[in-house]
Ligand binder design. Structure first.
Ligand code: ZN
Length: 429
């Protein structure tokens, strides 16, 4: 039998029992190992013994990114220092960088989780995986690589950027899987087009690191790289790194590894659960993590749970693609708007590509929202007014606000190899 990284449990009920066992372990471990968690739990009057069902999770206090800065450089540490074998770090866009410690078991669990991603994407022995994400303190490169090796595939660790070398290796080594951010995939795809290499590489599978990416952008990446499948890997440093879930071949949402962490979807303002299927903030609780366990950690990522079972038959539940950050959520004329909502409208509109900006300004004492969307390459600019009107109508209908829409030349909005900034708020205070 071939090695599998899928859960041991065969039904959701079995998985639920396993979750309870692991949740009880995790809460006890955090309480006994970390003065931070012990103080927090004591403050709200809950003890590990109070966790009798998975839903009792809701009696536990939240953890935030701010808490990670409090005990810098070893926040949430729940094991003795000599059990740490590695740290990773991510640059917070605001404030101090985050550092997270890992025990050997954490590193091994992470590689198993990541190998499950590759397995779900049909990647294993014989495949050549070109890794185009950052190495070093970042969790990306080493995560993609450890999972690849554990799954038995061959890693080609080029790292980010360096289009010249990427393209050379795609040709010389015939890499059939590429792993990168969506922006990097688009840059590479456009470079292949420029060099008349569309359809002339062996790329079959594209695995994208966590970044919001709409249908139009995905279609363009598939078209220009010649790949048949594109998968999304979510992930963040606090929760090991990338590799904690993947959309399966049916692409009906991201299966998340519910045997490694619990996921709650909460209203970011009231912190109460949203009805199943509605957008809210992802809050995670780890079930096996030793060095820096997360108890109800507020990720600020927005998504929704997808009800029902997937056609693939996996017992692992699904959440939707990430729809931006609850911090990126902006208020415009008393309406909460997520960038993902704009992206979703653009991806359904003929004539525009997936690159867009939202600009919020003040004019005559009133807030104005302008959406800049790039025309698809080769399209006639004579249609701009009609396309813009279409988008404005959809925004009015779906988000219930009025926005000015301008269609601009393809390639005129800023691109980057890292995550692209979409919303520019110039309204002042
Ligand atoms: Zn599935």
């Amino acid at each position: 039998m071939t090695k599998t990284f899928m859960p041991e449990q065969e039904s959701w009920e079995q998985l639920r029992w396993a979750q309870l066992d692991m949740l009880q372990w995790s809460v006890r471990h955090a309480y006994q190992g970390s003065h931070f968690y012990r103080r927090r739990f004591d403050q709200v009057g809950v003890a590990p013994a109070n966790i009798r069902t998975v839903d009792d999770l809701r009696s536990l206090p939240f953890t935030t990114a701010h808490d990670l800065q409090e005990d810098y450089p070893f926040p949430l540490l729940s094991v003795p220092h000599d059990q740490l074998v590695r740290i990773h770090s991510s640059s917070g866009t605001t404030g101090r960088r985050k550092i997270l410690g890992y025990t050997q078991k954490d590193v091994d669990d992470w590689a198993d989780m990541f190998a499950r991603c590759y397995e779900m994407a049909g990647v294993g022995p014989g495949d050549r995986v070109q890794i185009m994400v950052g190495y070093g303190l970042w969790t990306a490169g080493v995560g993609f690589q450890a999972g690849c090796e554990r799954a038995g595939a061959m890693a080609v660790p080029v790292g980010p950027g360096n289009l010249e070398l990427q393209i050379q290796f795609l040709q010389d080594l015939q890499s059939n899987v590429i792993c990168c951010t969506a922006s990097m995939a688009l840059l590479l795809a456009e470079e292949l087009e420029k060099r008349d290499l569309v359809g002339k590489t062996n790329i079959q599978t594209v695995i994208l690191g966590s970044e919001v990416c709409g249908d139009a952008m995905r279609a363009r990446i598939l078209e220009l790289t010649g790949a048949t499948d594109l998968y999304d890997i979510p992930g963040m440093t606090e929760l090991y790194g990338p590799g904690t879930g993947l959309d399966c071949r049916y692409h009906t949402g991201i299966h998340y590894w519910a045997d490694y962490y619990l996921l709650e979807i909460l209203d970011p303002v009231t912190l109460e659960p949203v009805p199943e299927g509605e957008i809210g903030e992802m809050v995670v609780t780890t079930l096996r993590k030793e060095a820096a366990p997360l108890i109800r950690y507020r990720t600020r990522d927005l998504t929704r749970l997808i009800p029902g079972q997937c056609e693939c038959g996996s017992i692992l539940p699904r959440h939707d693609r990430l729809m931006g950050r609850s911090d990126d959520m902006f208020k415009y004329r008393a309406v909460n708007i997520y960038p993902g909502q704009i992206e979703s409208i653009l991806s359904k509109t003929e004539g525009v590509s997936c690159e867009y900006n939202v600009r919020l300004t003040m004019a005559d004492g009133k807030h104005q929202m302008t959406v800049l969307a790039e025309r698809v390459p080769g399209a006639d600019s004579a249609a701009d007014a009609a396309v813009a009107q279409n988008i404005a109508d959809s925004i009015k209908k779906e988000i219930m606000v009025t926005a000015e829409v301008q269609v601009v030349d393809y390639g005129s909005l800023p691109r980057s190899e890292r995550k692209s900034k979409r919303v520019y708020d110039e309204r002042g205070t």
